[in-house]
Unconditional design. Structure first.
Length: 288
């Protein structure tokens, strides 16, 4: 057990950095995912992650695999997509989700094209799927800093966000400034996804945010309980995924996402809240 679980982190510093970074993100990102699920915006994080790809690609062309430059480029592109979708939908009278989908598809194609032009398949794979080797000290500080800022902002935004999820009409009447908190919330989603891409990649970073959040609804009914469950699932998926990545020599991002996906499957089947097995047993009990 020691050789399988503990020894890799003792022997290799890059695994320790990846572990600390993923644990930091596991504390903040899944909580945002819970609110995305409650607001029926589960795909928004994926859209914003792909929308940030052109900025990441431009940062790569200018400075290589420099974490701060990649992050700043992705942040600018992600916020541009988020704000642009809202502005275009209001200007044209169209649906915001349709505008987001169009911008995200264009951004995804543009980002992949730029990365392919400026580098080889190794760079493209690293940006899309992540690598524990990419988690240097700068990336680690970024991931920890983003997690800390997110938790502080959520401490102030918790009540307005919960109120807007369950009773937006009352939130508006009470002057909760839903539009302002919505923009702050979207910005938090963007920065959390971007801070995770060094280890998980732009295509996989959303998995650590959304899969634990989606699974958490099968373990708790209250928002606070869902947040705790999502964080616990994300922490377990991060540790297990990094170990799977190391022992089986697979990319870190897909490994963590697959582990989180496995927990989601177990939650759907055996979770105490609306789990499939629980529903079947209750039906048999009532039928008997």
């Amino acid at each position: 057990m020691y050789d399988v679980v503990v020894s890799p982190f003792v022997e290799f510093g890059f695994l320790r950095r990846a572990l600390v970074g993923c644990l930091a993100l596991s504390v903040s990102a899944p909580v945002l995912g819970v609110f995305l699920v409650l607001r029926r915006m589960s795909l928004t994080a994926d859209v914003l992650a792909h929308g940030a790809l052109p900025g990441v690609a431009l940062g790569f062309l200018l400075a290589g695999m420099s974490a701060p430059v990649l992050w700043l480029g992705g942040l600018a592109a992600g916020l541009l997509v988020a704000v642009g979708a809202g502005a275009l939908s209001r200007a044209t009278g169209g649906r915001e989700d349709a505008t987001l989908a169009a911008l995200y598809l264009v951004a995804l194609g543009l980002g992949v094209a730029l990365i392919s032009m400026g580098g080889g398949s190794a760079e493209l794979s690293h940006i899309l799927f992540g690598s524990v080797l990419g988690v240097d000290d700068a990336a680690l500080l970024l991931m920890a800093g983003v997690a800390s800022v997110t938790l502080v902002v959520l401490a102030f935004a918790w009540r307005p966000l919960v109120l807007e999820c369950f009773d937006p009409a009352f939130a508006q009447a009470a002057g909760a400034r839903g539009g302002l908190w919505h923009m702050v919330f979207q910005a938090l989603v963007v920065v959390n996804v971007l801070s995770a891409f060094q280890a998980l990649g732009t295509l996989m970073a959303v998995g650590l945010m959304m899969l634990p959040a989606i699974a958490s609804r099968h373990w708790a009914r209250e928002v606070g309980g869902m947040a705790y469950a999502a964080v616990g699932i994300a922490l377990a998926a991060s540790v297990t995924g990094i170990l799977v990545s190391y022992h089986l020599d697979v990319p870190t991002g897909p490994a963590i996402v697959l582990v989180a996906g496995g927990v989601w499957v177990v939650s759907v089947l055996a979770g105490p809240v609306d789990g499939v097995l629980g529903r079947v047993l209750r039906r048999r009990h009532l039928a008997g």
